[in-house]
Design a binder for this molecule. Sequence first.
Ligand SMILES: Nc1ncnc2c1ncn2[C@@H]1O[C@H](COP(=O)(O)OP(=O)(O)OP(=O)(O)O)[C@@H](O)[C@H]1O
Length: 603
Amino acid sequence: MPMPFSILADTFEKLERVTARTQMLLYLVELFKKTPPDVIDKVVYFLQGKLWPDWKGLPELGVGEKLLIKAAAISLHVSEQQLEQLAKRLGDIGQAIEMVKAEKAKKAPAPGLLAFIKRQDSSTVGLTVEKVYDTLAKIAQAQGEGSREIKLKLLAGLLAEASPKEAKYIARFVEGKLRLGVGDATIMEALAVVYAGSASMRSIVERAYNLRADLGLVAKILATKGVDELKHIKPEVGIPIRPMLAERLNDAAEILRKLGGKALVEYKYDGERAQIHKKGDKIWIFSRRLENITYMYPDVVEMARKGIKANEAIVEGEIVAIDPETGELRPFQVLMHRRRKHDIHLVLSEIPVAVYLFDTIYVDGEDLTVKPLPKRHETLEKIIEPSERWQLAKGIVTDSPEELETFFLKAIEDGAEGVMAKAIHDRSIYQAGARGWLWIKYKRDYKSEMSDTVDLVVIGALYGKGRRGGKFGALLMAAYDPETDTFKSVCKVGSGFTDEDLERLDDILKPYIRDHKPARVDSQMKPDVWVEPALVAEIIGAELTLSPIHTCCYGWVRKGAGISIRFPRFIRWRPDKGPEDATTTKELYEMYLRQLRKVKEAT
Ligand SMILES: Nc1ncnc2c1ncn2[C@@H]1O[C@H](COP(=O)(O)OP(=O)(O)OP(=O)(O)O)[C@@H](O)[C@H]1O
């Protein structure tokens, strides 16, 4: 049974206006109930605002504003100029198209019999989700010579067939501006309700998504084969796995206690996490956010091809910039220059890298995520052929806090960020997508009371004063709460920015500015403009404090108060992190408790 695209357009309209996550969930449940199982993947991709997972490295739509206006003008029989002006006035091309289309429909002459029949016919079938998806996919795949014409024709045809509302959303999708503010976790919860009978089954959907980062695919397996099938999902080469993450502590003895007395302690390299997949001669590299970054590291591809002895494998390591002369480690910022350079081959010698491997997830048919760390490590050692720039992370196994502390100091001296301590007991499995106490990071002290930075998400912006009048001067920042899939306010940060940071702020924020509070944002403080949670920044402050205004951990420590940061300072953007990778409310709570303990010990 084909699914009318109008159902999706109606849902988009509702989602756009929603201000509470519970309501958002209800709309999604309603939508999935109306979705035939064989198109659920497409519906999920539409909700994510994409045609396929980013990591697939498939082409994007490749339709700019100009082409969109041209296609819409053809389909509407109006001039491009006319449409462009209206779009400018409304600040939204989608809305302009909708308006002109609705106006035309009203003015259309009384239909002759043929047109009447045609209209009746198309209104019963109308545009289907499949047709819209397939046409958009064709538009994306049109590459090379003559592709502009093909894209134009396909898009104009699609817009001509659409109703005014459908055309609006198609245009927004094409522009990459279909920002519904629906998080993956909320989609998963709705899927669990509809196809597995209860929201509590979200964890099974989540596990599958953690091992196969393709929510459309996971939804389709669930909808067509049932929840049992999801339980048996294994990693697959070429499909990224959501990475295992670490908790944090700053005390060697406490770290060892938490890990069961004895641990593998490794350098925590300050670079970019890389999940390297190998199948025969083919290599993929995925980032911490599961983007396909293979093209950025042709040198690492070569190293992996030579340095992995297995035929099929998934290994993890940190790519670090090194000094071309001395081979010493260089900081993360140096590596990030590679992201900004267009001609990668030019920077290969300018910014050489080394890879320090620390885990293996899959080797020649064997799913290692369910195996304890010592077994995974042993396998890693077996399949790696080390070379100067391709080796295992430096590490020791220890049960002594003193030894751990000395190793930590040595790591810092060598240019690492600190150490990663990892459990080595029988239950030390690879927890894909989870931040747990099996891995603990111990980072350098930033010489202030607040001993570690946090990564917070921008949810609002405030205009500056004086010299900065009329431009943004401060950001409202939030922590992520995975339980409720919401972003809770922590602090307003207005210092630490360089002049250059401030100059770029307007441009960086622009695509995410909203005229109402985004549905997943939980904040009592009202900024000058709301910002859709998308941008992550690293923040440090003097200390964690209790605040009556901020909603992070509200009521956890004291009734009527949340946790905030005193004297927060911006350190840097974290483009390698998505909003759901930000510091969580629970982490801030634990940091607050530790700080409290330290203060007590000192007095
Ligand atoms: N030996 C190592 N083992 C595991 N991870 C390592 C190691 N060395 C460096 N890392 C990096 O440390 C990160 C683990 O810290 P965490 O799970 O908190 O992620 P994160 O939030 O990106 O960390 P941070 O913000 O502290 O850099 C990994 O994602 C990886 O990039």
